[in-house]
Structure formats: structure tokens, C-alpha cells
Design a protein around this ligand. Structure first.
Ligand SMILES: NC(=O)c1ccc[n+]([C@@H]2O[C@H](COP(=O)([O-])OP(=O)(O)OC[C@H]3O[C@@H](n4cnc5c(N)ncnc54)[C@H](OP(=O)(O)O)[C@@H]3O)[C@@H](O)[C@H]2O)c1
Length: 345
């Protein structure tokens, strides 16, 4: 395993992180075995969220049973709805974040969370100083080590750094963003921002839900892609959605072809390509089996050449999206609010 500095913090995380929506078929026992396997293989970074069903509890149970909490960098998130009929049962208010931090600590069976993330931005309704102050209090109370965000625009993160400095609060150290060859839009501003300010960038759904492994071929419908295209289809732009699908399959076929030439799997090629992108810290992968775990780690030995990059760039243009996973107006949970708010100034 290789380890990478986590932005400008002093901690190091494995170049491959494990997403806890990974399930496999073995229930809680199988999940504990997978966590043990991941730690044995050198993975030390695990990501979950308060709204991922039983995932936090399963991870907490596994870590307690294995007695290896001290070995891992544990990340979770809050923002999503926990009580759908309660207007305060979601969001990034001080009230909700503190309540949910305590709930996550109970489920994870631990005294502290290494990285506590805002799952989504509510930019036009909640001034950034409110979640920053709540995060800072949680850090000072010893419940959280570092604060981060997900689905934030680069300008909002930049503003958060200014406000942290102004109010002398702990700053966000990490953004969890979507990035893979189907959506390269974070190359425009988030990655340059992260490189400039030493912000870690970790990738969610980094292998596009398995799209590149080719189980769903041209003519089929891949769940992850259809989720993003749903808005367009609902708005009557089926032709536009179909163009996206065709280009996605052009890219899938290219990646399968390059991977065949190199003797690796298409998913390994995508992981290696991401790890080679300046500004990216690591992908958080949802393995479904011990084989997928091992195969993802073996991607660390795959070299992406300039020629491979050029061929990928010819279809997946730099800074562009073939399928707009990162579009704030896309389907849940991508409905981030990147608007301005009234109270800043
Ligand atoms: N911040 C956010 O809002 C947000 C949103 C979504 C996810 N996440 C985080 O990102 C993590 C991963 O997301 P995800 O599971 O949705 O997406 P993902 O990692 O892109 O896709 C997982 C799928 O990829 C395939 N796969 C994984 N490893 C493979 C390998 N080595 N070889 C071949 N195929 C492989 C499997 O597909 P098959 O099942 O077809 O084999 C698996 O179901 C989550 O667990 C979570 O921690 C965060």
C-alpha cells in the first residue's frame, strides 16, 4: 500500500480508501472480514455517513470486534435527512450537526471521528460560519479531529477558509467530490483550488458504480448513469440523454481497449488514472468482494502513460463532463446549493 499526505494535515491516508456502502454477500460477518482484510492490505481510510442505512453500525461493530480503531482514519458525514417529516431533521445547522455527531459516535462505537464532513452544501440558506463554528466546537470537545465537506463549490470552500481565518476557527481540510473520466469538471476550479491551498480531495463513486468494468454494454442502461440523466429525461430531453449514453459507451469501450493492451482491468486503469491526477488525494471505492478489494489495490501498480492520457482526453475532454455527475442540479444526492446567501458580508 502507498500512503498520501491528507492535504496540508499531518496525517497520511492509504491511496485506496474503502467506502462502507460496500457490502458483499456475507452480511455483518462478511463485512467484518472485509474490513479485516482491507486493514491487513494496508487500507487505513474508511468513509461512511449517518444516512447510509446500517453502514455506520456495521463499521463500528467491525472495528470494535477487530480491536483496530487506532489503525484507521475514520470519516463520516451529516446533512442528509434522518427524520423526513422534521424540518430540523436534516441540514448543516449547529443543532443538527452536534446531534448527529453524537449519534454517529454511538453507532461507530468510538470516542472520536477523524474526519467529520458536511454531506452537502446549503449555501444560500446557512451562512458558512454556522457549520464552521459547530465543527470547531466538536474538534475542541475532542469528538472530531478534522472537518471537511462534500458537494461544495470551490468558491464556497475558499470563502470557508477566509471565514475560518477571520474567526480563528479550525478550517475544512478536505472536499469529497465526484471525479472519473465521465465527469472531469472539478479540473476547472476545485483541483486548482485544492493544490493552491493544500486541501485534500477524496473521490466518491470513483469508478462510476462499476460502469467501466463493462457488465452493462452499449444499448444497456447503467444505474449510476441513469440516475444522473433522470432530470434530463423527465424534462423531455431524451435525445440529449441518449447522446450522453452513446459517448459514455465510446469512453467505456476505449478504456476497456487500453486496459486490455496493458493487461489490467478497466476499473484498475480508471483508478490509476485518477491517482495520477494532480490534486487528487485518493478514491473511496465501494468494493463488493475481497477480489474487488485486491484488484483495486493492484491498480497501484498500473502505469498510465502520456499516450494513454491523450487517448482518453480525445473522448473525455479535460475539464468537461460526458455525464454530469457533478452537476449541482442533478439527481439526489447531488442537489447541492451553491447559491449566494444573504448574511455574509
Ligand atoms: N459524498 C457523497 O455524497 C457520496 C455519494 C456516493 C458515494 N460516496 C462514497 O463513495 C463510496 C463509493 O461509492 P459507490 O460504491 O457508489 O461507487 P463506486 O466505488 O464508483 O462503485 C462501486 C462499484 O464498482 C464496482 N467495483 C468496485 N471495485 C471494483 C474492482 N476492483 N473491479 C471491478 N469493479 C469494481 C462494483 O460494481 P459491481 O457491483 O457491478 O461489481 C461496485 O459495486 C461510498 O461507499 C461512499 O463512501 C459518497
Amino acid at each position: 500500500m502507498r500512503y498520501r499526505l491528507f492535504g496540508r494535515t499531518g496525517i497520511r491516508v492509504s491511496a485506496i480508501a474503502m467506502g462502507t456502502s460496500s457490502s458483499g454477500g456475507g452480511g455483518w460477518r462478511g463485512y467484518t472480514d472485509m474490513v479485516a482484510d482491507a486493514i491487513d492490505q494496508g487500507i487505513n481510510f474508511f468513509d461512511t455517513a449517518n444516512i447510509y442505512g446500517q453502514d455506520e453500525e456495521r463499521l463500528g461493530h467491525a472495528l470494535q470486534e477487530l480491536g483496530r480503531r487506532d489503525r484507521i482514519v475514520l470519516a463520516t458525514k451529516a446533512e442528509g435527512p434522518v427524520r423526513p417529516d422534521d424540518p430540523n431533521g436534516r441540514g448543516i445547522s449547529r443543532r443538527h450537526l452536534i446531534e448527529q455527531c453524537d449519534a454517529s459516535l454511538r453507532r461507530l462505537r468510538t470516542d472520536y471521528i477523524d474526519l467529520y464532513q458536511l454531506h452537502c452544501s446549503h449555501g444560500s440558506t446557512v451562512p458558512i460560519d454556522e457549520p464552521l463554528r459547530a465543527m470547531d466546537d466538536l474538534i475542541r470537545a475532542g469528538k472530531v479531529r478534522y472537518a471537511g465537506a462534500s458537494h461544495y463549490a470551490a468558491w464556497q470552500l475558499m470563502e470557508s477558509l477566509c471565514v475560518s481565518r477571520e474567526l480563528r476557527l479550525n478550517r475544512f481540510v478536505c472536499e469529497q467530490a465526484v471525479y472519473h473520466p465521465l465527469d472531469r469538471t472539478i479540473e476547472r476550479d476545485l483541483l486548482p483550488f485544492a493544490q493552491t491551498y493544500g486541501h485534500a480531495v477524496v473521490l466518491w463513486s470513483p469508478v462510476a458504480g462499476g460502469f467501466f468494468n463493462g457488465k452493462v454494454k452499449r444499448g444497456g442502461r447503467h444505474r449510476h448513469i441513469e440516475r444522473v440523466l433522470k432530470d434530463r429525461i423527465d424534462a423531455g430531453y431524451e435525445e440529449d440523454a441518449e447522446r450522453c449514453r452513446q459517448r459514455a459507451h465510446d469512453l467505456q469501450e476505449l478504456i476497456i481497449g487500453i486496459a486490455d493492451e496493458k493487461g489490467c482491468t478497466p476499473t484498475q486503469l480508471v483508478i490509476a488514472w485518477e491517482l495520477d491526477t494532480p490534486g487528487v488525494t485518493c478514491p473511496i471505492i465501494g468494493f463488493k468482494s475481497p477480489e474487488q478489494l485486491r484488484s483495486a489495490i493492484a491498480a497501484l501498480d498500473v502505469t498510465v502513460t502520456d499516450n494513454d492520457r491523450r487517448r482518453i482526453d480525445a473522448i473525455a475532454r479535460p475539464r468537461q463532463a460526458i455525464v454530469p455527475f457533478n452537476d449541482a442540479g442533478g439527481s439526489p444526492p447531488l442537489n447541492a446549493d451553491w447559491g449566494p446567501h444573504r448574511y455574509r458580508g
